[in-house]
Write a protein that binds this ligand. Structure first.
Ligand code: UDP
Length: 246
């Protein structure tokens, strides 16, 4: 892969062109960032682990009727994906209060939400990814009302599936972030990744100390240690759940 075929480098992935304009290659990096890239580091083997977890989850979701950008894996830290134009939205689904929801509403950490909450954030690092109202989203023409309805429906369907799937891994899906894109045929596809970088995952078998529940990027954000071990644990449990299905 020649250097000049790189088309984009994000915080966790590099995107390369391929010979086919409808296919891109996503290379998952070990680099980790938090707090809008103010905290930087690396998590050993994160690229391979997150690529593997995302692969398994995209395959499971596809089998469940959710269209994703996933094609295949030329090697363990790379994914061939359908080229899409990413909508500049971070779609967050929450089942339990954590992170910015607690900070902005005062809800105590761990509050079980009566129903899943779907939120839209503006994917814009220089503005700090602000929470959007529907009216602001339409004002900025980030998506059409029809796309917002479809995305909300898909996000809730994905949440139902993933919550059940992770329950079989003895993991509680607290919240997660999704990104969607439009392919050459203007079809809406689930894109980016689904991994411990983009989900809050709590171990249902851990002890009383809330820090011991954390199997996701909050271990890096809060310097809790054993970050790679937690990511590996998620991968092993995901693989076990997938294999017990077959
Ligand atoms: N999230 C993400 N990328 C972002 C912001 C959030 O993947 O740029 C994920 C985050 O890991 C968590 C969920 O979205 O699983 C909700 O994050 P929250 O709004 O609580 O923000 P944070 O606490 O991460 O600042």
């Amino acid at each position: 892969m020649s250097l000049n075929s790189k088309i984009y480098e994000g915080k966790a992935k590099i995107l390369y062109k391929t010979e086919d304009p409808e296919i891109l290659l996503a290379d998952f990096k070990d680099d980790a960032t938090a707090f809008n890239a103010q905290k930087r580091g690396t998590i050993t083997n994160k690229g391979v682990i997150n690529c593997s977890i995302s692969t398994q989850l995209f395959q499971q979701l596809e089998a469940h009727g959710i269209k994703t950008h996933y094609i295949d894996n030329p090697n363990p830290h790379q994914m061939r994906v359908k080229a899409v134009k990413i909508l500049p939205l971070e779609v967050v689904v929450r089942n339990i209060a954590a992170g910015s929801l607690c900070q902005q509403t005062g809800l105590p950490l761990g509050t079980l939400l009566k129903q899943p909450l779907v939120e839209f954030y503006y994917k814009n690092d220089s503005l700090g990814d602000p929470l959007l109202t529907r009216d602001r989203l339409y004002l900025l023409e980030l998506a059409t009302p029809e796309q917002v309805d479809t995305i909300t429906h898909l996000a809730l369907k994905i949440n139902d599936f993933l919550s059940n799937f992770f329950q079989r891994c003895s993991i509680t899906l607290v919240d997660f972030k999704l990104e969607f894109g439009l392919d050459a045929q203007q079809q809406l596809l689930l894109a980016d990744e689904i991994s411990p970088d983009t989900c809050r995952l709590w171990d249902t078998h851990a002890g009383n100390d809330p820090d011991s529940w954390v199997l996701d990027k909050d271990r890096f954000r809060k310097d809790l240690g054993n970050v790679e071990h937690a990511y590996q644990e998620v991968l092993q449990r995901v693989l076990k759940a997938v294999n017990s299905n077959n």
